[in-house]
Design a protein. Structure first.
Ligand code: KIV
Ligand code: NA
Length: 276
């Protein structure tokens, strides 16, 4: 059954945790959908994990539409959220609405996600008025990496924590249907979760949120180099891939692949006729 805005809201009300994972392609989205994940996020994290950029800033609307379309073709039941990339919504409300519309119309998303609190409430209100559900994103918002001076935990001081609570209430008031809380202390995320009637989906925000989201490369062991503290490895697909690829190379080099079982045959008579 298709997960919708109201499915997620009902889950918050009943206390059933919301599961969300990122996906960026058809095959992965199909597997996640078959497993029954509630929601798939086509995150602008694709800039880093799929395209190899340092951060999410270079990601374009075209990148987002391209990957969202692929995910939408693979996922029939998950609620599909597409990230609005850096500079697709900050400059004006009009641009924000038009770009959100493209992610729905061309990408096939069910909702869009954008980063920020008070400063993007006008955009949230306008996008919701265009009948597009909006997921907000607070805390460690990666598109502000140059302001933060790195990927650092947010909301640790009383001032910053209060600002986050205010922002959460404001984005809810502006019409957001859910909010991602990234990289904030668990206690703070729990306070925000209790204050809001819309669901909170945490990443690096502890166990008190209404749901959780992880980047699939992190949780399946495909990320190289540093992974953040919260990124639990549920499987080591990277190791499996390395083994499969190494075995392939070995077998091709030593001539054991392809063997007869992976080869097409032809009648001996036909061969005799062509080589006579
Ligand atoms: O882009 C992304 O993957 C995200 C999640 C980390 C919430 O925004
Ligand atoms: Na993102």
């Amino acid at each position: 059954m298709k997960n919708t805005v109201s499915t997620l809201l009902k889950q918050k009300q009943s206390g059933e945790k919301i599961t969300m994972l990122t996906a960026y392609d058809y095959t992965t989205a199909r597997i996640m959908d078959e497993c029954g994940v509630n929601s798939i996020l086509v995150g602008d994290s694709l800039g880093m994990v799929m395209l190899g950029y340092e951060n999410t800033l270079p990601v374009t609307m075209e990148d987002m539409i391209h990957h969202t379309r692929a995910v939408a073709r693979g996922a029939n039941n998950a609620f599909i959220v597409a990230d609005m990339p850096f500079m697709s919504y900050q400059a004006s409300v009009r641009e924000a609405v038009l770009n959100a519309g493209r992610l729905i119309k061309e990408g096939g998303a069910n909702a869009v996600k954008l980063e920020g609190g008070a400063e993007v409430c006008e955009q949230i209100r306008a996008i919701v008025n265009a009948s597009i559900p909006v997921v907000a994103h607070l805390g460690l918002t990666p598109q502000s990496v140059n302001v933060f001076g790195g990927f650092k935990v947010q909301g640790k001081s009383a001032d910053k924590a209060k600002k986050l609570i205010d922002d959460a209430l404001m984005i809810q008031e502006a019409g957001a249907c859910a909010v991602t809380l990234e990289g904030i202390p668990a206690k703070l995320a729990e306070i925000i979760t209790k204050k809001l009637f819309i669901p909170t989906i945490g990443i690096g925000a502890g166990n008190g949120c209404d749901g959780q989201v992880l980047v699939y490369q992190d949780m399946l062991g495909l990320t190289v180099g540093h992974t953040p503290k919260f990124a639990k490895r549920f499987a080591d697909i990277g190791e499996l891939m390395r083994k499969g690829i190494t075995d392939y190379i070995t077998e091709v080099k030593n001539g054991t692949f392809p063997s007869e079982e992976h080869t097409y045959s032809i009648d001996e008579d036909v061969i005799n006729e062509i080589v006579k």
